[in-house]
Design a protein around this ligand. Structure first.
Ligand code: ADP
Ligand code: ZN
Length: 292
């Protein structure tokens, strides 16, 4: 039996096929163009594989309420042509298989919980810091949706007293995404993130903001594992800086050995390399099949 998976992003669509154990058999990437053409390529690909179910981790915002008339749609994205697009319905109709659907970051945490760094825990979060910031939340053994779905990448932060940069997010300015995502780094410092390695002041400020958000996630969700990734976190010297700052910000208030003695095991990068998103989508497909 084969399961199809899509990691649907604003610039590319990663499509893969896995066996019933979640082992990837094949993978292709299509550039994200307008929906009709992009969906057409993906549908042709999956038709060749005769999949039993499909899982999709999707950029958003998306509608996850099964009773809603727009369930499975991308809703209000600023990406031209992609607002109010029916993702689940399009694939269900074309392929005739159960379709699992969630946010890209919920997919990623599901992948890490199922096969990766958060295996066996029942509360964990996945934070990706790239072009934007997204946070996937797994609580009490399930993915968190709620009113819409968590948008914790836009958590509001206290500005560093010496930081005069206005912030890149048009909605909040001083949210994590506005202050610390890749485009903010580039605008503040005048060079792309990858070209700023070795500049201590850049990464100290970056760790200051990421650690504030992580501290808030610890206080709010009490995760047993925190996974950080995305383009910006490829600057791996950030990990020890973030761990130290989180510890300082928590100030011994959360009394647990993970925070006192095991920060290296608590705030980590994915165990699935670059694949948590696509493997999470495989798991979303498996869950959709089970539900049927
Ligand atoms: P996306 O978020 O678009 O899916 P990525 O997670 O790869 O893609 O993030 C892209 C962002 O990460 C860009 O803003 C880029 O400048 C930044 N970035 C990529 N590599 C690095 C790096 N080594 N250090 C810091 N920033 C980086
Ligand atoms: Zn914001």
């Amino acid at each position: 039996m084969k399961i199809g998976a899509i990691e649907a992003g604003g610039t590319k669509m990663v499509c893969a096929v896995a066996d019933e154990n979640g082992k990837l058999i094949d993978r292709v990437t299509f550039p994200t163009r307008e929906p009709k053409e992009t969906f057409g390529d993906m549908i042709d690909y999956f038709k060749k594989w005769e999949i039993a179910a499909l899982g999709i981790g999707c950029f958003g915002p998306i509608d996850l309420h099964k009773a809603s008339p727009t369930y499975g749609f991308i809703t209000s994205t600023p990406k031209p042509g992609w607002a109010n697009v029916d993702v689940v319905g399009t694939f269900q109709e074309a392929l005739g298989v159960p379709v699992g659907f969630d946010t890209d970051v919920n997919g990623a945490i599901l992948g890490e919980v199922t096969w990766g760094a958060a295996k066996g825990v029942d509360c964990a979060i996945y934070i990706t810091i790239g072009t934007g910031v997204g946070v996937g939340v797994y609580v009490n053994g399930g993915l968190l949706h709620g009113l819409v779905h968590p948008e914790a990448g836009h958590m509001l932060l206290a500005r560093h007293p010496e930081d005069s940069y206005t912030g890149k997010c048009p909605y909040h300015h001083t949210c994590l995404e506005g202050l610390a995502a890749g485009p903010a780094l580039e605008e503040r410092w005048g060079a792309k993130g990858a070209e700023l390695s070795g500049r201590a002041e850049v990464w100290e400020l970056e760790a200051y903001y990421i650690a504030q958000a992580v501290t808030n996630y610890i206080l709010a969700y009490s995760p047993q594992k925190i996974i950080l990734w995305g383009g910006v976190m490829h600057q791996e010297e950030l990990f020890p800086m973030i761990r130290a700052k989180v510890k300082e910000l928590l100030g011994d208030y959360i009394s647990h050995e993970m925070i006192f003695d095991k920060m290296e095991e608590y705030i980590v990068k994915p165990a699935l390399g670059e694949d948590p998103g696509i493997l999470g989508a495989v798991k979303l497909g498996m869950l959709a099949l089970q539900e049927k």
